[in-house]
Ligand binder design. Structure first.
Ligand code: EPZ
Length: 426
């Protein structure tokens, strides 16, 4: 079943080894919280390396709806945001298209003393609850009601109080929401069991440039001493480690050689170790990472996803394509999300031998994949289908690629720059 003709698809002619360099964009998962942290000040925030993505466009819609003056130059990936918010409502229509909008809650509450943010629904990969965001803000004195599908939050007397938050589970955007809220609270907030992702550190760097007093970011204990006011700043978003990993794996799966430039290797150590275990020659030279798989056999590698610095769940689908083409049997275990195997059936339609057993996929490697019509279900699943199409013999049609447009800037031109054959059609 294919989508209506107004839904974009990719036509990929596979079987060619990728060969070349690709420039890595700013990280989607750093840009989204950093854009929203501009709510914490009415002064000018200048951001560089903001990737031209659907989710970034949605963030600008949300910020404009909140009353911020936003300008974005996609040619230079530069954004300028200024002015105070005039609304405290993040509507359902926006939140339903981008669940990261939940991160408007903390900044709105901290800056304006109140917020109304639509409860994000679930998504293809899981229920994606936000209870940890809410509990954390309540620990900072917020009065929160859930009404008509909205989170309605008020800070008594207009200001949050520093609190001691113990996160029941490691949550990336939960940690980010609370960091931003705590930056303007009265007193000290401690977040225990905080997420360690590099995007958390990048947000903390930006907040410190705005005058926030934050320490411990990148560890499981973050301490924030609230200040009365935050000022504007200029910040360049960290490189996208998931985009980097995606292109390295595309090079490996096609037995080519791909160099990612402008990358940040220190954020990818676990993945690079696993790529080497898969028999790729991986070279790191400053901000350039090269994976060379020419004339080499892919070896099977077991992976278990985990919070950073463990193996990233956002690389699980892409790595599974490598295991599908490896010489031998391996397992891929997903521990973060309850339904992140939507790509498995699609890969099997291309000739892979992948069997789901609970939260593990048993991968029996095959010598090659065959092009087929396949359907994207979520952002990283769509990336795995594109990689499989590039590695497969023949033509692959990937449907509903709007999922991929959410997280991969200039996909076609980057893949064509590596010698891949890909075109978008409707
Ligand atoms: C962030 O999502 C990323 N998104 C995700 O990337 C990434 O997969 C995920 O972290 C894990 O690394 C952004 O940063 C915008 P979580 P987030 O809160 O913060 C449970 C991509 O492909 N949980 O760390 O929403 C949750 O259900 C996207 O770029 C609660 O139970 O993920 C999950 O099982 C996909 N209650 C686990 O914690 C909560 O209140 C980790 O989720 C919050 C989360």
């Amino acid at each position: 079943m294919t989508s209506p003709s107004n839904v974009a698809k990719f036509r990929i002619t596979g079987g060619k080894a990728l060969d070349g360099e690709v420039l890595i964009s700013g990280a989607k998962n750093a840009a989204l919280p950093i854009l929203l942290c501009s709510v914490l000040t009415d002064e000018e925030v200048v951001l560089k390396r903001v990737p031209d993505l659907a989710d970034v466009k949605t963030s600008f819609h949300l910020l404009t709806e909140l009353g911020k003056a936003c300008s974005y130059d996609a040619a230079t990936n530069s954004a300028v945001l200024k002015g105070g918010v005039t609304s405290k409502v993040a509507s359902y229509d926006l939140v339903k298209t981008m669940r990261a909008s939940i991160m408007a809650l903390g900044p709105l509450l901290a800056y304006a003393g109140q917020a109304e943010v639509s409860l994000p629904g679930g998504c293809a990969i899981g229920a994606r609850p936000v209870d940890l965001h809410i509990k954390g803000l309540q620990a900072m004195g917020a009065d929160i009601q859930l009404e008509d599908g909205y989170i309605k939050a008020v800070a008594p007397n207009g200001r949050l109080q520093g609190g001691h938050v113990i996160m029941d589970k490691v949550s990336v955007t939960g940690t980010e929401n609370l960091m931003m809220a705590a930056a303007l609270a009265d007193g000290v907030t401690v977040i225990e069991n905080a997420a360690l992702e590099p995007e958390i550190v990048d947000l903390a760097v930006c907040l410190r440039k705005m005058g926030a007093q934050i320490s411990g970011d990148g560890t499981s204990r973050i301490e924030i001493c609230g200040v009365k006011k935050l000022h504007g700043c200029e910040h360049s978003v960290v490189a996208d480690r998931i985009e980097t990993g995606t292109y390295l794996i595309a090079g490996i799966a096609t037995h080519g050689i791909v160099s990612c430039c402008g990358a940040n290797p220190s954020t990818l150590e676990t993945l690079l170790t696993k790529l080497r275990q898969a028999n790729a020659v991986v070279d790191v030279d400053g901000d350039r990472i090269t994976a060379d798989m020419r004339g080499r056999v892919i070896k099977p590698v077991d992976i278990i996803t985990a919070p950073h610095p463990g193996f990233p769940t956002d690389m699980q689908a892409q790595f599974t394509v490598m295991n599908a083409l490896a010489e031998g049997v391996s397992s891929v275990t997903e521990t973060i999300f309850e339904n992140r195997f939507m790509h498995i059936a699609e890969l099997n339609r291309m000739g892979a031998h992948l069997e789901i057993k609970g939260n593990t996929v048993i991968c029996s490697g095959v010598s090659g994949l065959k092009g087929a019509q396949v359907m994207s279900s979520d952002l990283r699943a769509s990336a795995s289908l594109v990689i499989a199409g590039l590695a497969a013999e023949g033509i692959t049609i990937v449907d509903r690629i709007y999922h991929m447009d959410r997280g991969y800037e200039h996909i076609e031109s980057k893949i064509m720059g590596l010698g891949g054959s890909i075109e978008r059609f409707y």
